[in-house]
Ligand binder design. Structure first.
Ligand code: AKG
Ligand code: FE2
Length: 194
């Protein structure tokens, strides 16, 4: 399988552009779009309430909730397609995940602002696996202590990105808005919450 390794200072990224072949990825995209109980939460930032600029859902093989930006999400149990993808990711990543946060970006105005997946419940050095379906979106990274140090990647249909090592401790990432007329995108981020 095609594999790209990016060794950034204090971050290790591994990208598999063809993790799931295109036809299979399209079938999964439709299944997830129609089958997942998508929720639209409100987030609180500096005391103000906003609609989150995307839809989300949480799945886990335990009962552990996941909290960020003042929301606490309760998980649904893994099953079917998601369970199959989880196992495929685990085999390649050589990691076991407990939890998956799903994001549905409805169009180019949906986004995910600068953050690191560094919540306490993810442990000291969170290892994250991110699978993308549908529209290609730009994934931007910047160092927490020097915003001029940057890295960009296009997250394509059927791709897998592993964010390993100390990535979450030293770097932030985002999916910026785009003015381009683009289609929906679904992203799955597998995490470990023990
Ligand atoms: O949509 C993506 O590729 C990134 C999602 C993400 O960063 C997150 O859910 O924490
Ligand atoms: Fe993230």
């Amino acid at each position: 399988m095609k594999k790209e390794v990016y060794n950034l200072p204090d971050a290790k990224l591994i990208f598999y552009p063809n993790f799931i072949e295109a036809e299979e990825a399209s079938r999964i995209f439709m299944d997830l779009k129609n089958g997942i109980p998508w929720q639209h939460d409100q987030i609180k930032v500096f005391g103000k309430t906003y609609d989150q600029p995307r839809l989300t859902a949480l799945f886990a093989d335990n009962e552990k909730s996941y909290s960020y930006s003042n929301i606490t999400m309760q998980p649904h149990p893994f099953e079917g397609e998601l369970q199959t993808i989880k196992e495929k990711v685990e085999k390649l990543a050589e990691l076991k995940f407990t939890t998956c946060l799903l994001n549905l970006y409805r169009n180019g105005q949906d986004s995910n602002g600068w953050h690191a997946d560094d919540e306490k419940e993810l442990g000291e050095f969170p290892q994250i696996a991110s699978v993308s379906f549908g529209a290609t979106r730009k994934f931007k990274m910047r160092r927490k202590d020097n915003h001029k140090e940057k890295f960009d990647l296009e997250l394509t249909h059927g791709s897998l990105l592993l964010m390993l090592g100390k990535t979450q401790a030293f770097w932030e990432h985002q999916i910026p808005k785009t003015k381009k007329a683009i289609n929906k995108r679904i992203n799955l981020t597998f995490r470990i919450i023990e």
